[in-house]
Design a protein around this ligand. Structure first.
Ligand code: HMG
Length: 388
């Protein structure tokens, strides 16, 4: 029996800022963003949208197919927590109409936690193969204005069904890990934006890739040349291109830079126009690969590098299942991305500054999202969600 990803669906906000507008305000060349970091647009959540509504929107197509009774566990990965105690997943559980017998838990380790959720989901399914685990990763990437991180903001959620005999990707059981206590990126509880030592974070990312890969090689018989495509955590798309060349050097690969670029390029298409979505970003990259690669991927092995600042990293692999293309949501994703509205720099600032009130009063959220779920208000410190 194999275990892995049976279905994948993602969601992002209907608003985006084109980074050329940010560059104009900053009086710099837009090519720094388009080429230098490899990002074109960044998604901005609507005022009535948060990790819960994005997560429910991402998961809805999966639940519409399998039904609400099928899900035994929801694992909600995020670093944009809305509560120190209650899992954001419990709100999603109600919005999706899941059964009271379905357990829900939230997981945190920066951008890495969706991978932990997937591995734990696989372990549950390996024990009880009739179970279906819903893994959701949902985040809003926020940095201070006028900092080097600002252009790497974004938002999005991804939902994946973890099952036995999956229809998309069979995950190999061997994984390589690297954990180290570092301060490359963090967000203390009292802040709504992350703090980051940007250049240092890119160095730690590459160092963790090398160590996680070396651990993977100790436990797995698979080599670099056994993998045809690679999905990297995507804080910005240039990071993946650099990381892949770094991994090729570690492996003394003789593939040309063009061939190496080809092994990652299809994973980058969505993130380039969505931005960083932290926990969700590598898996939106997987959806991008499966939905946009012009070659049939059946039987091809994909290497995954999941990185969460602080830091925990994991290298793992999986094989694409024959017939996978019949079970994708590519058309829906592309329609959603094409229907987004561009915001001006001033509108971006308004969305950016619309943060949650903390006074316990009654606050109604302005309408903005075109998604199925809305955060209608926050009243007496309680968040109120509806399905439209
Ligand atoms: P910066 O200092 O503004 O950028 O920030 P830069 O000056 O290094 O320029 C970036 C690149 O653009 C350079 O290329 C320039 O040469 C190039 P490189 O040397 O890197 O190859 N460039 C141009 N190219 C073409 N035309 C031009 C031009 N001008 C310059 N005119 C930095 C970059 C990544 C530091 C910043 O965006 C940042 O702090 N971002 C946030 C942190 C981050 O994303 N770190 C990534 C690793 S950590 C991670 O992935 C975890 C994370 O997702 C969080 C989590 O785990 O929860 C962040």
């Amino acid at each position: 029996m194999s275990v892995g990803i049976d279905e994948i669906s993602f969601y992002t906000s209907n608003y985006f800022l084109d980074l050329k507008n940010l560059a104009t305000v900053q009086e710099i060349d837009a090519e720094k963003y388009y080429q230098g970091i490899g990002q074109e647009k960044m998604g901005m959540p609507a005022p009535d949208e948060d990790v819960v509504t994005m997560a429910a929107n991402a998961a809805l197509p999966l639940i519409e197919r399998v039904g609400t009774d099928a899900i035994s566990t929801v694992m909600f990965a995020t670093e944009t927590g809305i509560d120190q105690s209650k899992s954001a997943g419990v709100y999603v559980h109600r919005l999706l109409g899941l059964t009271p017998n379905c357990r829900v838990v939230e997981l945190k380790q920066a951008c890495y936690s969706a991978t932990a959720a997937i591995q734990m989901g696989c372990a549950l399914v390996a024990r009880q193969p009739n179970q279906k685990v819903l893994v959701i990763a949902s985040d809003v990437a926020r940095y201070d204005l006028d900092t080097s991180g600002e252009a790497t903001q974004g938002c999005g959620a991804v939902a994946m069904l973890i099952t036995a005999n999956p229809r998309l990707v069979e995950l190999d059981p061997e994984v390589g890990n690297h954990t180290e206590d570092v301060m490359d990126f963090w967000r203390p509880n009292y802040r709504s934006t992350a703090l980051v030592d940007g250049k240092y974070s890119t160095k730690i990312y590459l160092k963790s890739l090398k160590y996680a890969w070396e651990h993977f090689r100790e436990v797995s018989s698979l080599a670099f040349s056994d993998m045809q495509h690679f999905c990297y955590h995507l804080p910005f798309t240039r990071m993946a291109q650099k990381a892949h060349k770094h991994l090729a050097r570690v492996n003394k690969s003789n593939l040309t830079p063009e061939l190496l670029d080809r092994q990652v390029e299809d994973t980058l298409l969505y993130n380039r126009i969505i931005g960083n979505s932290y926990t969700a970003s590598m898996y939106i990259g997987l959806a991008s690969l499966l939905e946009n690669c012009k070659h049939n991927l059946a039987g091809k092995r994909v290497g995954f590098f999941s990185y969460g600042s602080g830091c925990v990293a994991e290298f793992f692999s999986g094989k694409v299942v024959a017939g996978y293309e019949k079970y994708l949501h590519g058309d829906k994703h592309q329609l959603m991305l094409a229907a987004r509205s561009e915001v001006s720099y001033d509108e971006y600032l308004k969305l950016y500054n619309d943060i949650d009130p903390v006074d316990g009063g009654e606050h109604v959220k302005a309408e903005g999202t075109t998604g199925r779920f809305r955060l209608v208000g926050i009243s007496h410190h309680k968040r109120e969600y509806i399905s439209c």
